[in-house]
Design a protein around this ligand. Structure first.
Ligand code: GLN
Ligand code: ZN
Length: 757
């Protein structure tokens, strides 16, 4: 059996591409310097893959920014405004990715969106009625040739025609269907050219096939591929799907004149069933994604071999592959020096997954797969009890019953009690939690880490920041105050570090978008709270003011969604363990006199399954209860807030109401407040604070502008349910714009209040 990967990370083991690109953006190195660094990374990856014994080695999985944007450039689907800048191609490309402001003009970047259910973001191609799609770029050819010259015949990887057309945004009257003919032609031309260069296989990535598909989607997919494949000549074509199963299009997919089909056996929960029920064409190669491309744990060979054995009954030619591109895992374990071997042996990043594929190849080739050393070692690893087990936590989670998820009394009664207790004015003003993280704040945290600052001095520093922050908010005239979150680097990392059960890597970066990478914590063991995490800061802040001080926490779903989750227990179990820890903190805050507690669920929507049919069972049915459990034990007069960053929650609005918070603040200003109609239509019960200005920009909103926003919001939201706040935390902002912005916000709220808008 041969082996394949769907793609490999391109940032380099120590984020070399990020640093080189940023230097290029700052004008510190030339385009050819940047090219040279990129080539070094590519050739290194190639040799690594080759040496590992990998059979299908990808090329063109490299990108300076994003593969979808690359495809737009390949197909000539680039909005005029970027070409009109008259810049060299690489700079035109970066202008589309990041915007351009300079002597040649001033254009904003193309939009960016989350890549399916990952934390990677792609650039959304823009197509208007004048767009002429045709094969325009040369990158797949150049990279194929570069690899061939270095001695490797690769499998070029290109975003497929269907996924490309589905992800594009159409600015004019034309739709995807209107571009099908030309797009198919461009892909046919691409195949001929790759064939002429010597390519034997080409991989088209079609993750959009795992989404819910309507008849017209299936028709578009068929139309595209019938035309593309009619001209494929000698090149063999693999359609690679990932992030789920292809239940809506399996039969159409297998009926096409394809040579290979890549299916996901990790996230594709119906993949085995589909094959069993419908068979798999004898003439085609099945690229079986059995090694998880998204998580960092060692592959369980027993499971993987089991799947492959079963598949042998249906498919004659099987290639062992990853479930998706390895783009979504860190590059290599080599640079982790702090975590001990007893931990590291459980991890497999991209480089180590290459080793796993090679071992799986050896195991499956053996007459006695289960007798191989590799198999036995892997089995021993997986049967080993990991450290970090906490039976008390497990027992507590197991003992939860329905009533634990219900806060009493019901919302309306609490609302009355709280209105009396807090006696806040109409349209109370507040912020989302963090205040500007100035260089001074970051330096203090760093000082504590390196030991330059003693714990005592650090503590004094944070207290001083809190004092200043409280004084500032009083001066501004806000109604509900915050302590400013100066002690936190990141809203998830902070809690991860305080809780037992999390691990942190040193260099395990994963590309989030462009040159931005994240380093998610690892859920290693059972989660528990050893001691209070935030109480001392909140209590100190409350002692400085007569106004209510919000306690600030991150919710269990967000903590889990922004970490590498365990695979040996369910997500639901992990979420409930984290919920227990956060609940203990909530109760401690309450006991210490904190009357309002905000539990942020910024990432609640992020892991919503791609298919509607899976939403409830696979996600909402445990994610919403996990949040409810966090606050179900508080007294009626304690007010629970939550905050969310994505306003795309129209379709789960009932579930959000059902989180049963007392107040929710959310980002709304960038989405033109469209969410308000949805709130009104659904008779949203929770009090709301739709962000009245965008904190992602350094611009200061005027008082009138904010008042207009409040007036607009008031058309949909009853006055007694409305809060006034910015749309997110102020951490990334400077003090210079924050203070006047908040002053305008308070002034606008006061006027709106007096005029009874
Ligand atoms: N409380 C957090 C802050 O203010 C919320 C951040 C977020 O929503 N991403 O920074
Ligand atoms: Zn936010």
């Amino acid at each position: 059996m041969k082996t394949s990967i769907a793609g490999y990370p391109r940032i380099g083991g120590l984020r070399e591409l990020k640093f080189a690109s940023e230097k290029y953006f700052r004008g510190e190195i030339s385009a050819s310097d940047l090219e040279a660094e990129a080539k070094k990374i590519r050739l290194y990856n190639l040799s690594l893959q080759k040496n590992s014994g990998l059979d299908f080695i990808p090329s063109n999985d490299f990108s300076f920014y994003d593969a979808v944007l690359d495809t737009a450039f390949l197909l000539g689907a680039v909005p005029k405004r970027y070409n009109e800048l008259g810049l060299p191609v690489l700079d035109t490309y970066f202008a589309a990715a990041r915007g351009y402001q300079g002597e040649k003009g001033d254009v904003k970047a193309l939009a960016m969106k989350k890549w399916f259910n990952t934390n990677y973001h792609y650039i959304v191609p823009e197509i208007d009625d004048e767009t002429e799609i045709s094969l325009s770029g040369t990158k797949p050819f150049d990279l194929f040739t570069e690899a061939l010259e270095s001695g490797t015949r690769t499998k070029p990887v290109i975003i497929g025609a269907y996924t490309f057309l589905k992800l594009a945004r159409y600015r004019g009257t034309k739709t995807a269907e209107d571009f099908a003919e030309k797009t198919a032609q461009a892909y046919s031309d691409l195949l001929s050219k790759l064939g002429a260069l010597g390519a034997e296989w080409v991989q088209f990535d079609e993750p959009s096939l795992v989404m819910d598909m309507e008849d017209k989607d299936i028709a578009l997919f068929k139309k595209l591929y019938e035309k593309i494949l009619a001209a494929k000549g000698s090149v063999r074509v693999l359609v690679q799907t990932y992030f789920g199963d292809v239940r809506d299009v399996y039969n159409e997919l297998t009926a096409l004149d394809l040579d290979g089909i890549g299916l996901d056996f990790i996230e594709g929960k119906k993949t085995p069933e589909l094959i069993k029920a419908n068979g798999f064409p004898k003439s085609k190669t099945l690229f079986a994604g059995v090694v998880n491309g998204k998580n960092i744990w060692r592959c369980d060979y027993e499971k993987a071999v089991g799947i492959i054995d079963e598949l042998k009954r249906y498919a004659e030619d099987i290639v062992i592959s990853t479930s998706c591109s390895l783009l979504h895992v860190p590059v290599t374990l080599k640079n982790e020096s702090k975590l001990g071997e007893e931990v590291l042996k459980h991890f497999a990043f991209a480089e180590e997954k290459l080793g796993e594929l090679s071992q799986l190849k050896k195991i499956t080739a053996s007459d006695e797969p289960f007798g191989t050393e590799e198999f036995k070692a892997n089995k021993a690893l997986h049967s080993e009890e990991r450290s970090g087990r906490n039976d008390e936590v497990r027992a507590k989670v197991a003992a939860l019953t329905d009533s634990d998820f219900t806060r009493l009394p019901a919302f309306a009664e609490r609302e009355k009690i709280q209105k009396e207790r807090f006696a806040l004015p109409l349209f109370p003003t507040t912020t989302i939690g963090s205040f500007p993280q100035t260089a001074e704040v970051k330096a203090a945290r760093k000082g504590l880490r390196t030991g330059e600052l003693s714990a005592e001095d650090y503590e004094t520093f944070i207290r001083q920041k809190i004092e200043d922050c409280v004084a500032l908010q009083e001066e501004i005239g806000l109604d509900v105050l915050v302590h400013g979150e100066f002690e936190r680097n990141d809203m998830v990392e902070y809690f991860g570090e305080c809780l037992d059960g999390f691990l942190f890597t040193e260099k395990a970066w994963v590309q989030s978008y462009g040159t931005r990478c994240v380093k998610p914590p690892v859920v290693w063991g059972d989660i528990s709270r050893a001691k209070p995490m935030t109480v001392k800061w909140s209590v100190y802040a409350q002692s400085l003011t007569g106004k209510p001080m919000k306690g600030m926490l991150t919710g269990p779903v967000t903590i889990l969604n922004w970490s590498f989750p365990r695979e040996d227990i369910t997500l639901k179990e992990s979420a409930l363990q984290i919920a227990f820890a956060i609940r203990e903190e909530v109760l401690d805050l309450e006991k210490s006199g904190i009357s309002i507690i905000q539990v942020d669920e910024a990432a609640l929507r992020e892991k919503l399954p791609l298919r509607r049919a899976d939403w409830r069972e696979d996600y909402l049915d445990w994610a919403i209860p996990a949040f409810r459990f966090v606050h179900s034990g508080v007294r009626p007069e304690t007010q629970i807030h939550t905050h969310m960053c994505y306003s795309e929650f129209a379709d789960i609005i009932k579930d959000i109401d059902n989180m049963d918070a007392d107040v929710i603040t959310f980002e709304a200003s960038r989405s033109d407040l469209t969410i308000l109609d949805v709130l009104k239509e659904n008779n949203f019960r929770t009090e709301v604070g739709p962000g009245v200005y965008d904190i992602h920009s350094p611009r200061v909103p005027s008082k009138d502008e904010i008042k207009t926003a409040i007036a607009k919001i008031r058309e949909r939201i009853p006055a007694e349910k409305l809060w006034v706040n910015p749309d997110c935390g102020l951490k990334t902002r400077g003090e210079a714009e924050t203070v006047p912005s908040l002053k305008n916000l308070v002034a606008a709220a006061k006027e709106a209040r007096n005029e009874n808008i």
